[in-house]
Write a protein that binds this ligand. Structure first.
Ligand code: ADP
Ligand code: NI
Length: 217
């Protein structure tokens, strides 16, 4: 049985930390990731406590929310888990999942080393796909002041995380730089199934967008 009051305190901690975010890392992103992660965890037989804590805390460590310093973010998560007096094994397992979750660019592998990491990484990536993924993408692009689309600017093939974070590109290019690549990077069968439908929807959206751009529909 998962300790419900621990989960509630974790939720409050995360809500407080993310309340000013306008780049798609808001509380509702965490909520959606957590819901899907819990389902995948049941299907995969992953440890439910590790999965839920990691899903809830994964963006507290995000470098975008820690002045570009990922280590600072990891310490923030670790301090929270220690204050909750969780066992060393649980703490290390949660931190490992969080370290492995993030997308780092088109050509950058992001291997997972536990079933709990596999599940949380899949859940986080599913939330970057489909209708919600498209909405998050344009929200992020708007917050960064990026051009929505420019037919003269090609997508970037990132070779490292720095390129992924800093290369000049348009918001629409993010489809090619990340969103369309996610379907084939899912770890679990359940996530692959969900990704299929979300991918299809994004492909249709892109076709329609291009047609409207040319004034053809
Ligand atoms: P994570 O792997 O932790 O989800 P990302 O920073 O890749 O981290 O993604 C966070 C959200 O912001 C996702 O919805 C993602 O698609 C979106 N995003 C990230 N970079 C861009 C970008 N350059 N343009 C548009 N959306 C982006
Ligand atoms: Ni996330």
């Amino acid at each position: 049985m998962i300790n419900e009051s621990l989960i509630q305190r974790t939720e409050i901690f995360v809500q407080e930390f993310l309340k000013h975010d306008a780049t798609g890392h808001d509380w509702w992103h965490i909520h959606r990731v957590n819901e899907i992660a819990k389902r995948l965890a049941t299907e995969e037989g992953a440890d439910p406590l590790i999965v839920e804590l990691a899903a809830l805390l994964h963006d507290v460590a995000d470098h975008k929310l820690n002045d570009g310093d990922e280590q600072k973010g990891m310490s923030r998560v670790e301090d929270f888990l220690r204050a909750e007096r969780l066992g060393e094994e649980v703490i290390q397992a949660v931190l490992k999942v969080i370290r492995e979750v993030s997308y780092k660019g088109a050509g950058v592998p992001t291997p997972v080393t536990s079933i709990e990491s596999a599940v949380v990484q899949d859940a986080d990536r599913l939330d970057a796909m489909g209708a919600v993924g498209i909405a998050r993408m344009f929200t992020f692009g708007g917050a960064k002041g990026r051009a929505m689309f420019d037919p003269n600017i090609p997508p970037v093939d990132h070779h490292n995380e720095d390129m992924y974070r800093n290369a000049k590109s348009t918001t629409f290019n993010h489809f090619h730089e990340k969103l369309l690549l996610l379907k084939d990077r899912m770890n679990t069968a359940g996530a692959r199934r969900i990704a299929e439908g979300r991918h299809q929807y994004m492909a249709e959206f892109m076709q329609r967008f291009k047609k409207e751009w040319e004034g053809l529909s």
